[in-house]
Design a protein around this ligand. Sequence first.
Ligand code: GDP
Ligand code: IMO
Ligand code: MG
Length: 429
Amino acid sequence: MTIDIIIGTQWGDEGKGRIVDLLAAQADLVARYNGGDNAGHTVTVGNQTFKLHLLPSGIIHPHTLCILGSGMVINPETFIKEIETLRAAGIDVQPGRLKVAYNAHLITPAHRALDAAQEKALGKGQIGTTGRGIGPAYTDRAARRGLRVEDVLDESAFRRKLEDHLQQANHTLRTLYAAEPLDVTATSEAYLGWARQMQPYVAEISLIVAAALRAGKRLLAEGAQGILLDIDHGTYPFVTSSSPTSAGVFPSLGVGVGGAGRVLGVTKAFQTRVGAGPFPTEVSGDLAVRLRGTGSNPWDEFGTTTGRPRRVGWLDGVLLRYAARINGLTELAVTKLDILSGLETLRICTAYRSSEQEYTELPLGPGNLAVFSPVYQELPGWQEDITSARRPGDLPATARAYLDAVSAACAVPIRLVSVGPERDQVITM
Ligand code: GDP
Ligand code: IMO
Ligand code: MG
C-alpha cells in the first residue's frame, strides 16, 4: 500500500482538517508531518467543533492510529493540553493510538520568547508569525543544538540540556534584543512537568509506518500550513520554517519516496492569507467583508490559532498551477464553495502582468509576487444556497462552470467539493 498525502495548496487554512477527517473514515493510520502548533485544523461533527493544533485530524475517529512525524516541532504543553481537551470531549486519546517521533524537535518557552523578540525587532518588516516559537525551534534543529522528543526519556540529562538551552536563549534575548530573560528554574520546572507526560507517546515511528505499509493498511499524511508558506517553495521570507509540500512527508515519516500514493491538494474556492507577505489577488472593502465574514459564523475567516482576521481575495490560478507542479497533485478538494453563493461575478487569476510582459508561469517562483498585477478571467456567479447540494447535479450550472475553470487553471481534476463544514456537506465529483 501507499500513503495518500493531503496538503494545503494556498497560504494555509484551506480546510485540510475537514478533508482529512472525511478521508480518515477509510484510513487506518493518519500522520501529521510538518509544522507545530502554528497550525489550527478545524473538524466539525454535529454540534462539536474540534480545533486541532498538533494532533492529526484523524484522531476524531476512534479507529485510527495517529502519528506526529519527525518533521514537526512540538510544544509539550500544547500536546498534553490538546489530549486533555479531546478526552474531555469524549475522544479516546492514549499512547496505544498516538505516537510521537523520537526525533521530532521540541518547542520551549525560550523559542516563543525569541519568536516574539525577533518579530518585534523586524518592525515594519514583520512576518506576522503565529508567535508559537516555530522559527526559533527549526533554527535550533538546523544549528544542531535542538532539544528532541527522545530527550524527555532521561529526565536528569534533559534537565541539564534544558537549562543550558534556556541560559543560551536568555543571553540572546538580553544581548541581541534587549528583551526580558526567562526565569530558568521556574521555566524548566514547569516544562519538565509537561515533558514528563509525553514519555509514553515516544516511538520510532518509521518502524510503525513501514509495518503498516507492509500489512496493506491505508495511510494518510496530513500537511499543515500550505505550499505558499513552504520554506523553500513559498513566498520567502514570508513563510513558515517547515516543508508543507508533499515531498516533506518522506523524511518526516522515515519512508522512501516509493511510498507515495495520491496527492490531494485542498484549495479554498477563493484565496486567504493570515500574516504579512505578497497577495496579488487580495481584495478590500465590502467584497473583503463579504468573503471574510464578520466572525458571526464559526467558519468566518479569522485565524484558528491566533484569531487574527484573514486577508481575502480571488482564487489565484497561477499559484494553484504552481502548487500542482511543485507537489505533483493528482486531485483537488475544493472547500468553501458555499461562501461564493450570492456574488454576481466571480474572478479567477489566470496570468500575471508586469510592466513589460504577461506570465502564465512564475519566472522565478512566488518570492517576488509584489511586482505583478493579476489578469482575471470573469465568470457568472450563482444566487442559490448550495449548502444542501450532495451530488454534482445539485449544483447550479454556473457553480459547475466555476469548478471547471478552477480545474482547468491547474490541470488537476476535482475529486471533492465541500459546501459546508459538516461531515456530510460534501460532493464527490
Ligand atoms: P485548515 O487549517 O486547512 O484545517 O483550515 P481551518 O480549520 O483553519 O479553516 C477552515 C475553516 O473553514 C474551518 O472553520 C472549517 O470548519 C471551515 N470549513 C471547511 N470547509 C468548509 C466549507 O466547505 N464551507 C464552510 N462554510 N466552511 C468550511
Ligand atoms: P494551518 O495548518 C495559516 C503563517 C503565519 C505567518 C507565517 C509564519 O492551520 O493551515 P510561523 O508561526 O509558522 O512562523 O508563521 O505562516 N501560518 C499560517 N497561516 N494557516 C496556518 O496553519 C499557518 N501556520 C503558519 O500567519 O504568516
Ligand atoms: Mg488552519
